[in-house]
Structures are given as structure tokens and as C-alpha cells.
Design a binder for this molecule. Structure first.
Ligand code: GLA
Length: 390
């Protein structure tokens, strides 16, 4: 999405130049799923798909919002939504406007003097595809306000505020991965993030240089986090931590997993959740060490193992996601797994560059044969995190 185009859209709507233009990316998660609200490890990277915002300050307590992506029933561009900052209330808005409004709410709750804005947005991040369109929307607004109001907040602090906007204002109990990915990822790297203290390491991730490709397959099955299943998994993990007497499941060591499972006795559902989280944290650490030692192909089986764990223990996959993974592996992929929150959304496939097209075709054919909506596949190359464009 071009900065100029979004700037022009702003001028057409509001009749003046914006103070600036910012962007924030969607993400895929390479490995480390449903570990972030367990204080564990994740490894996302930014996509070239971005949400771009042209923004000007206002001083009268009014927030005006417009998105080029939102169409009204007649199919034309939707109107400008006008909100009063002093009337913002958690869980009062079920529309897309809750995300940017939630950022204002979270900043004001934290005592930051934001007094309004005119905002025009346009996004290429697919929605409902598990690629963090919500976090891109939150983070682009937070970064713009941080600059325009000279708040002096660091990237990780913006991520925390955006997570609060999503958890409390929007009402979706997500972890911190997506907002941190949008705020902190850098081009050419995957972000190894410890979600307990947000310490991070940028891991070089250049598959093309090693003759590989990473495909993202959007199954077109829409997922939604506020739907309840995500919250149930989160609550089950918290129950597991409480039963085991630890702050978070991250504190259960991998070599203490069997003992922990034994202590959980006949709590079968909690046992499965705990097993996933503890083995997944371990997989992230193994992927990091393989990448750092240059053994990139060897991460494939770990991705596939992660998928089996999400499917069988965490139980958040689905027929379409499983079909992508099974078909890709049969067609010669090095590894494949669902990515993101689950219950639909996208899968990732790691493949030798020369096999990627045949794998894409095999997945398309399998979807057609199963009567599923045609998936959308694109290659993911680690792109830049949130930044000011103009
Ligand atoms: C969603 C949430 C994240 C994380 C993932 C699963 O993307 O927003 O916080 O929990 O699901 O790893």
C-alpha cells in the first residue's frame, strides 16, 4: 500500500495534508503457538502486507476514522466514523473502529495526553486469516500517536498498550506476540521473543539464499479470537499453571514434563494443554539453535511436530488446515503447520524453492477435490516492522 495513495485519500476526505503517514505489518509465526499467554517463546516475522495510516492531530477530543477497506452496503467507500475520546468505553464497539479507538483509550488510561486525531487507513493485510490484521491496525495508530504527541514510548511499550487495547477495550484475550511482531520485527529476520520480559533477538532468516521458500496458505476459513475457544484454551493453561504451582506454564521445564503430567493425574484436558505448551516452547528453542547454527532445513520436522501438537493436544486445527499440512508434506515439503490462533486462518509450508510451485498446485487440487473454497497462497519473506513513511 503506497504512502502517496493513502495521503491522497486523507486529503480527499479531510481537506488538508496529514501530519504524517505510518505503516505496520501483518505477521506469520514461524513457531511458538499459544505460548505467549503462558510467558513462553515465540518466533514471528513481519509480512510485506501492511496497514498504512495517514494521521493528523486534533486538539478537541474528537477522533475521526476512515478505512479504505470498509465498504458500505452500496459497495462504495464507507463513511467517516466520529467518536468522542471522553465517551470511549471498553467493549462498547463491535466494529473495526474498536481497534484504533482502543489504542486511544489505552494511551489515555495510562495517562498520555492524546487529544484527538483524523485518521485515514488502508490495508493489504488479509483479515480473519490469522495474519494479525488487528495488531497491524493497533500498532500503526500507536506509533503515529507516539510520534505526533512525542510520547517517547519504546516499541515494546507500544506493544503492551496495544495488547491492553485488544484485551480490555476490544475484549479479545490475546497474548503479546502479534503487537510485538508488528512493532519490533525487522526486515530479513525472525523475531525470537521471550514473552515474559519481552527480551528479543533478531534471527537472520533468509530462505532464498539457501534455496528454500516459505509459503503462507490462507485457507479462507475465517477465525475470530473473541469467539470463546481461544479464551477456553487460555483458561485451561492458567488452570494447569495453578495446579502445578507455577506462575505460568513457561516455568515447567521440558525435562520435568513427565513429572508435571503425572501430577495432573486425571485432568486429561489440562494435561494435553500443558504438554503442548511445554513441548512448543522447547521446539522454539530448538528452531532458534538450528537457525543460528545454519542448519535451516532441519527446522522442517519441528514445524510439522508443532502442527501435530496443535491438532492433537491443543485441538485448534481444522480439516482445511490439516489438509494443507498433509498435502504439502506428501508433495515433498520440508515441514508445515498451522500458524496463528487456529480454528481456520493460515498454514505455513517450508519447501525447497524448486518444489514450491508443485506443492501449491497439489494443495489447490486437494482443496478442490474436498469441495473447500480455493485457498490463497503467497510466499512470505521477512519484511520491516512498523515505521514512519512520510
Ligand atoms: C493469536 C493471538 C496471539 C497468540 C496466537 C497463538 O494470534 O493474538 O497472542 O496467542 O494467537 O499463538
Amino acid at each position: 500500500m503506497g504512502a502517496q495513495q493513502v495521503r491522497d485519500g486523507f486529503v480527499a476526505l479531510y481537506g488538508a495534508e496529514p501530519d504524517g503517514v505510518w505503516s505496520a505489518p501483518g505477521r506469520v509465526n514461524l513457531i511458538g503457538e499459544h505460548t505467549d499467554y503462558n510467558d513462553g517463546f515465540v518466533m514471528p516475522f513481519a509480512l510485506p502486507h501492511t496497514t498504512v495510516a495517514a494521521v493528523s492531530r486534533r486538539t478537541d477530543g474528537v477522533l475521526r476514522l476512515h478505512s479504505a477497506n470498509v465498504k458500505d452496503t452500496a459497495g462504495t467507500a464507507g463513511g467517516v466514523v466520529e467518536l468522542r475520546l471522553d465517551a470511549l468505553a471498553p467493549e462498547s464497539d463491535r466494529n473495526w473502529t474498536a481497534y484504533p479507538a482502543g489504542v486511544f483509550w489505552a494511551l489515555r488510561e495510562a495517562g498520555h495526553p492524546v487529544t484527538g486525531a483524523d485518521i485515514h487507513l488502508a490495508s493489504t493485510v488479509p483479515t480473519g486469516a490469522g495474519l494479525s490484521s488487528s495488531a497491524a491496525l493497533e500498532v500503526v495508530v500507536a506509533l503515529a500517536l507516539n510520534d505526533l504527541y512525542e510520547l517517547g514510548l519504546q516499541r515494546w511499550q507500544l506493544a503492551r498498550l496495544c495488547q491492553r487495547a485488544e484485551n480490555v477495550y476490544v475484549g479479545a484475550p490475546t497474548g503479546i506476540m502479534d503487537q510485538t511482531a508488528a512493532a519490533c520485527c525487522t526486515e530479513g529476520h525472525a523475531l525470537f521473543l521471550d514473552t515474559r520480559d519481552l527480551s528479543q533477538r533478531q534471527i537472520p532468516f533468509d530462505l532464498a539464499a539457501e534455496g528454500m521458500r516459505l509459503l503462507v496458505v490462507d485457507t479462507r476459513v475465517k477465525h475470530a479470537h473473541s469467539d470463546g475457544e481461544y479464551g477456553k484454551r487460555r483458561a485451561g493453561c492458567e488452570k494447569g499453571a495453578a495446579l502445578l504451582g507455577v506462575d505460568a506454564l513457561r516455568d515447567v521445564p521440558y525435562d520435568g514434563l513427565d513429572a508435571a503430567l503425572a501430577r495432573l493425574g486425571d485432568e486429561e484436558e489440562v494435561r494435553r494443554l500443558v504438554r503442548h505448551v511445554v513441548t512448543e516452547d522447547h521446539r522454539v528453542e530448538r528452531v532458534v539453535s538450528l537457525l543460528e547454527s545454519g542448519d535451516t532445513r532441519a527446522i522442517g520436522p519441528l514445524l510439522t511436530e508443532g502442527h501435530a501438537s496443535l491438532r492433537d493436544d491443543f485441538r485448534i486445527s481444522g480439516p482445511e488446515l490439516d489438509l494443507v499440512v498433509d498435502t504439502a508434506l506428501e508433495a515433498g515439503a520440508l515441514g508445515a503447520r498451522m500458524t496463528g490462533g487456529g480454528f481456520g486462518g493460515s498454514a505455513i509450508v517450508l519447501a525447497e524453492a524448486g518444489d514450491a510451485d508443485a506443492i501449491t498446485k497439489a494443495v489447490e487440487a486437494a482443496f478442490a477435490a474436498a469441495g473447500f473454497t480455493a485457498p490463497r497462497t503467497f510466499e512470505a519473506v521477512p519484511a520491516a516492522g512498523a515505521r514512519r513513511l512520510v
